[in-house]
Design a protein. Structure first.
Length: 317
């Protein structure tokens, strides 16, 4: 009996200490988000842990599976072949900081890590406005996810168009026109959500960024990017974090990101108090109207909220 007890204890200890215990039961009141993507999902989520810390949110965990330039087809192929090409990074509830867990991880392993509340998908940027490139892979991925995580809500990360001066080869597919590329992204997103009602959420990053490009903070012709397509490390990534938070996290926490005092002294457009207010406003408008581009102005409310935080400003450098 004593031998059996020790054996059971060892098994229990192994389970608790396993690296695959990041996402467990949802009974603890923690919101868990898994982003399946590439460098654009990294752009979108990079500052979320810092934003959570700034807002005092301690009940959100987020993880991301990254392969550079990864398409829906590649995600599907990796799963079918049992490959583990992903860099797997997590931010645990309360810690609110990114930590690399593995350089060789699989989608199957991530889906087996307890219960995820939200799982986001996206297409590689060059194909993001070409719906024919989505299928049949998007449908197959949704089936894979729902079989492993039947209660998870699927979100579509609607990414942004390239900058006016982008030299990306795929920009030619959109006549090297940023607005035309975004319109194609809109069309593809509509087609995806109509074909797959399992997609319950759209994260409207493309709309938030395009609205900011029509505002006073835009650095035309780079248009808030660092290289013509990836978001800049200042206002670009900050605006994306605000959009992800507003769409996915605020409904769960009931804590608004408006007036947050996270600041970023990086990139070509630093996040000063006024730039932060513009980004927050753009995120909020995009979440309210996913496919409506509006010039960002009248940011007084965001500025007033920031002042009410006192000296709680957090700067990323």
């Amino acid at each position: 009996m004593r031998t059996l007890y020790r054996a059971l204890l060892c098994v229990a200890f192994a389970i608790v200490c396993s690296p695959n215990t990041f996402a467990q039961s949802k009974d603890d009141g923690v919101l868990r988000i898994l982003a399946v993507g590439n460098s654009f999902s990294d752009d979108g989520t990079e500052y979320i842990p810092a934003l959570l810390a700034n807002l005092g949110v301690k009940n959100v965990e987020i993880a991301r599976l990254y392969v550079g330039g990864c398409s829906l087809k590649q995600h599907t192929d990796f799963y079918k072949k049992g490959e583990s090409p992903y860099i797997y990074t997590t931010s645990k509830a309360g810690e609110n900081r990114w930590k690399e867990q593995s350089k060789h991880y699989s989608l199957k392993a991530a889906l087996a890590e307890g219960e995820w509340d939200i799982i986001s998908l996206q297409q590689r940027s060059g194909d993001s406005g070409i719906y024919s490139s989505f299928e049949p892979y998007l449908g197959e991925l949704i089936t894979i996810i729902k079989q492993a995580q039947p209660n998870a809500r699927i979100a579509w990360h609607m990414t942004w168009s390239y900058s006016t001066n982008s030299r990306h080869n795929d920009f030619a597919r959109y006549e090297r026109n940023s607005q035309k590329m975004l319109e194609a992204i809109y069309d593809a997103t509509h087609a995806a959500t109509e074909a797959h009602p399992e997609i319950e959420i759209v994260i409207p990053c493309g709309t938030a960024i395009q609205s900011l490009r029509q505002s006073a903070i835009n650095n035309f012709p780079r248009d808030l990017t660092r290289d013509g397509y990836h978001m800049g490390e200042g206002a670009g990534r900050y605006a994306l974090a605000c959009t992800w938070y507003e769409e996915l996290i605020e409904p769960y926490t009931n804590i608004s990101m408006r007036g947050n005092t996270l600041r970023v002294n990086k990139g070509s457009v630093n996040v000063s108090p006024i730039v932060a207010a513009y980004c927050q406003r753009a995120a909020r408008m995009a979440v309210r109207h996913n496919f409506t581009i509006r010039e960002v102005k009248h940011v007084g409310r965001e500025m007033r909220r920031a002042k009410s935080y006192g000296n709680k400003e957090k700067i990323i450098e």
